[in-house]
Design a protein around this ligand. Structure first.
Ligand code: KIV
Ligand code: NA
Length: 277
């Protein structure tokens, strides 16, 4: 049960063994996800939507990411924890960006960071890697740019766009990223990129032709997640289980059938006598 390292992740691609990644945002979700055996836990800025109730990832702050990463790393002892740099936390000065990436590791306990964007991020990735901060890239549909992209849409559909994605992926690799997430990309484009890269390509909505998969925890278990894009597979409906449990509780409290005898403490006979005379 030794901790998964960035080296192990790269080796998995060489050995042609699929890499498993899932998001988690707090202690219980991280504990369950780790116990289920994932290689990597992503503290995604999707937490803005699935945990904090925002309608995009844009309002998420560095403080949010540090806070939630701390909770996740208290539970995750084996899985490699990667945390997203949130909106605008890596677009100021180089110093500020490296410092923010470092905080996710130093304060949060993450083992790596993820950032959204292509070749324009190569200098920053180089600086992070020089500083000992492992980096995962993220291209294709990049939700922090949803207003730039004009919605949550499939990326890299035509030849020129597919070639741009490949060039971005290659420059992330050259800058020292140890893996790259490809989101919402046609499977044929993913397959071509995964073949040309030495580092693992982790897909979400990118088909089976990559080196691993990542999904959002709340989508997978059906935990009050509204969004169900085509690429999500819901493996359970935990939301329904929770709703049933809580509504049974409400009914039993209203009927005074909870708490029952087995849930109740009692005072001694003596005390009772004196209390009630
Ligand atoms: O924030 C997130 O959950 C992500 C994954 C969808 C890759 O970035
Ligand atoms: Na994200």
């Amino acid at each position: 049960n030794k901790p998964v390292t960035t080296y192990d992740i790269r080796k998995k691609k060489e050995a042609n063994v699929p890499i498993t990644m899932m998001t988690a945002y707090d202690y219980p979700s991280a504990k369950l996800v780790e116990e289920a055996g994932v290689d990597m836990i992503l503290v995604g800025d999707s937490l803005g939507m699935v945990v904090l109730g925002y309608d995009s990832t844009i309002p998420v702050t560095m403080e949010d990411m540090v806070h939630h990463t701390k909770a996740v790393t208290r539970a995750a002892k084996r899985a490699l924890v990667v945390t997203d740099l949130p909106f605008l936390s890596y677009h100021g000065t180089m110093e500020e960006a490296v410092k923010n990436a470092g905080r996710l590791m130093q304060e949060g306990g993450a083992k790596a960071v993820k950032l959204e964007g292509g070749r324009e991020l190569a200098p920053l990735i180089e600086r992070c890697v020089q500083a000992g901060i492992p980096v995962v890239g993220h291209i294709g549909l990049t939700p922090q740019s949803v207003h730039q992209l004009g919605g949550y849409k499939v990326q890299g559909r035509d030849l020129a766009a597919a070639q741009r994605l490949l060039e971005d992926a290659l420059s992330l690799q050259a800058a020292g990223a140890f893996a790259v997430v490809l989101e919402c990309v046609p499977e044929e484009v993913t397959g071509m990129i995964a073949k040309k890269l030495e580092i693992p390509v982790i897909g979400i909505g990118a088909g089976v032709a990559c080196d691993g998969q990542v999904l959002v925890f709340h989508d997978v278990v059906g935990y009050a997640s509204q969004l169900t894009p085509k690429f999500v597979k819901r493996y359970a409906d935990i939301g329904e289980t929770i709703r049933e449990a809580v509504s049974s509780y409400v009914k039993e409290v209203e009927a005074r059938s909870f708490p029952a005898a087995e849930h109740v403490f009692h005072a001694s006979e003596d005390t009772i006598k004196q209390l009630y005379g």
